[in-house]
Design a protein around this ligand. Structure first.
Ligand code: M6R
Length: 614
């Protein structure tokens, strides 16, 4: 986690860095800091709290300079204090460095440096880096860029680093391993660096994504130089950004989360565009088409993911097994990577990730690759690490998701997994042509139906008012609505801090039913389909114990309406597409409850959007 931004050029660096840090605040917001070189002086400004705190702190100072680095922190080593904030500075005050990642062997390096007389001010692992670079630079009599390169061979862990030195006021050095870093190439010989492209896009669309163990030496007015950690020069691969600046703004909404919830008719449509042709009865997934036969013949498809993406994977499991009759397993990436899984070249491992940077998901893929499995990716962020290490993959095209709570990325992942299931089923012949075409037509209609679900917003706001003070909540669903229940509970937990659990509805009687009393809201997906009658029975079990039922039902339903305290209607659709509609009322409900409880919706406590540490 943590966000890093840097600038070198002719412009004032500070406004560019602060604006960039605000865009990256979703990556962590425990503290923020900036280092600028001005007239041969290295000035550091840093404090605990959000970027706005830093801005207020600096407002009375003269933050000048045309070269600078900035950091917004998600604390790992050491609490969120002023002194633990980045940048960290060498003891002689000449060198400053920002870092995203974790230095795993920091303690042994630190003890060695202490023996050599280095004094540590912070509790961070990062401060080790700055003293190590300083130490090597002095001992080996090399400039700080070379010292950084040499230092990295002593470092175990993950890093994206940018360093500047007042002795070299015209250049900066950056390096990455397992944490992302993008270099934007400006038109006037200036350069922009950041953890992702969002702080860069308004200045340039020409970018270079650093690869693992690459070092960038950046000098104003000169060409970008790339080296491997072994000092071999490499040719930068310049890419064109497709992102638009408007996608990064709130566009009149009070919060990014609300904007992103309302964007779903469009984001689902964007995910389908060019891939689904209901009239001609075709699904085309360009990114993975060369791997579809491999998937059909695979021993197993193993979907690895974390958090919300793991919930999307669970929906995918139902869809692919049901339609394509291929064995699917869903794994938490963090568990999979450490339990010596049995894998062979007949397995296909598919990572699902919004950011494409989640450390556990990356590591799961690396493990699968080392064991000979084919690795594929379903990512949202174009050019992300996962999309680059996989053999092939498809983008979800949901557009930038800034709110920490994932919404439109989830529905885009489910949409893409639905297309994958349909495409595999069609190629394998496990679905009849008639059923295939019916489903394509239904899927094509989903964006319009999502619009209708969004019209229930006012009603959901009223329901939120009634349950905003609950301390616990249960979410129930069956079949592919079970992952929707899990996702509903996660949304409520992460942004409103109400304890919530998602369960398969039938599991309730094996334990959770003991929790039910007149204070317990139970959110149930009770749409028409195979398990409808079973869910109705589960609702009755809750009512018999005086629990409150808030049910998501199919338009026109009368049976559940009679039993439930509240119903939210969604348009009728094929049962396997229900997750795409049923998840939306839960997103809105969590949003309104969080707002009513004065919680920070877009940046919930203790969280970060991109979890690049284990
Ligand atoms: O970027 P990823 O999809 O790999 O992220 C996985 C999780 O960290 C993420 O879904 C997280 O659970 C969200 N906060 C959920 O809203």
């Amino acid at each position: 986690m943590c966000g890093i931004v840097a600038y070198i050029g002719k412009k004032d660096a500070f406004p560019i860095i602060i604006k960039g840090l605000k865009r990256l605040e979703y990556r962590g917001y425990d503290s923020a800091g900036v280092a600028l070189i001005d007239n041969g002086q290295l000035n550091i400004y840093k404090c605990a709290g959000k970027v706005a705190n830093l801005e207020a702190f600096i407002s009375e100072k003269n933050a000048e300079g045309t070269i600078g680095i900035g950091h917004t922190r998600w604390a790992t080593h050491g609490p969120p204090t002023d002194v633990n904030a980045h940048p960290h500075v060498s003891m002689d005050g000449s060198l400053a460095l920002i870092h995203n990642g974790i230095i795993e062997n920091y303690d042994s390096l630190k003890q060695e440096l202490i023996k050599q007389g280095y004094v540590f001010k912070s509790e961070t692992d990062t401060e080790v880096l700055v003293h190590l670079v300083d130490n090597i630079s002095k001992k080996e009599k090399v400039w700080f860029g070379e010292a950084l390169r040499m230092a990295l061979s002593h470092v175990v862990g993950a890093y994206a680093i940018v360093a500047i030195s007042k002795d070299f006021p015209n250049q900066m050095v950056a390096a990455r391993k397992s944490s992302p870093l993008v270099v934007g190439i400006g038109e006037d010989g200036d350069f922009y660096l950041a953890s992702d492209a969002t702080p860069i896009v308004e200045y340039t669309k020409q970018v270079v994504y650093l690869e693992d163990e690459e070092i960038a030496v950046i000098k104003f007015g000169e060409e970008l130089k790339l080296f491997s950690i072994n000092d071999e020069e490499k040719r930068p691969y310049i890419q064109q950004l497709e992102m638009e600046l408007e996608a990064l703004e709130k566009g009149g909404y009070e919060h990014f989360m609300l904007k992103e919830i309302h964007e779903q008719p469009r984001s689902i449509q964007d995910c389908l565009r060019g891939r689904l042709n209901a009239q001609e009865g075709r699904v085309t997934l360009g990114g993975i088409k060369d791997y579809e036969q491999k998937m059909i013949q695979a021993n197993r498809l193993i979907l690895v993911a974390c958090g919300t993406s793991w919930h999307a994977a669970l929906v995918g499991e139902y869809l692919i097994e049901d339609l394509a009759r291929i064995n699917v397993e869903v794994e938490y990436a963090s568990e999979f990577r450490y339990r010596n899984p049995i894998l062979s070249e007949n397995d296909v491992v598919i990572a699902i990730s919004q950011s494409g940077e989640t450390a556990d998901t990356m590591a799961a893929l690396e493990l699968a690759k080392s064991k000979g499995a084919t690795i594929l990716g379903i990512c949202n962020v174009v050019g992300s690490s996962i999309s680059r290490i996989t053999d092939a993959g498809s983008y979800t095209h949901a557009g930038p998701e800034i709110g920490v709570a994932s919404t439109k990325a989830f529905t885009a992942q489910v949409t893409l997994l639905t297309l994958v299931a349909l495409s595999l089923a069609h190629k394998k012949g496990s679905i009849s042509e008639t059923d295939f075409r019916i489903l394509l037509t239904e899927l094509e209609a989903i964006p319009e139906k999502v619009k209708k679900v969004l019209e229930t917003n006012a009603k959901i706001e009223q329901i939120a008012l009634e349950y905003k003070d609950a301390t616990n909540a249960l979410y129930l669903g069956r079949g592919s609505s079970f992952p929707v229940a899990l996702e509903g509970a996660l949304k409520l937990k992460e942004i409103s801090y109400i304890h919530a659990e998602g369960y398969p509805a039938a599991e309730m009687k094996h334990g959770p039913i003991a929790l039910i009393d007149e204070n317990m809201p139970v959110f149930v997906i009770a749409t028409k389909g195979n398990s409808y009658e079973k869910v109705v029975s589960n609702i009755q079990e809750v009512k018999a114990r005086k629990g409150k039922i808030i049910a998501i039902v199919t338009e026109g339903d009368t049976q559940v309406r009679e039993m439930a305290d509240h119903v939210i209607e969604i348009p009728e659709t094929n049962e396997i597409l229900v997750p795409l509609l049923a998840t939306i009322p839960f997103q809105l409900l969590s949003y309104h409850i969080a707002v009513m409880r004065n919680c920070n919706v877009d940046q919930p406590r203790n969280l970060a959007k991109s979890v690049t540490v284990e």
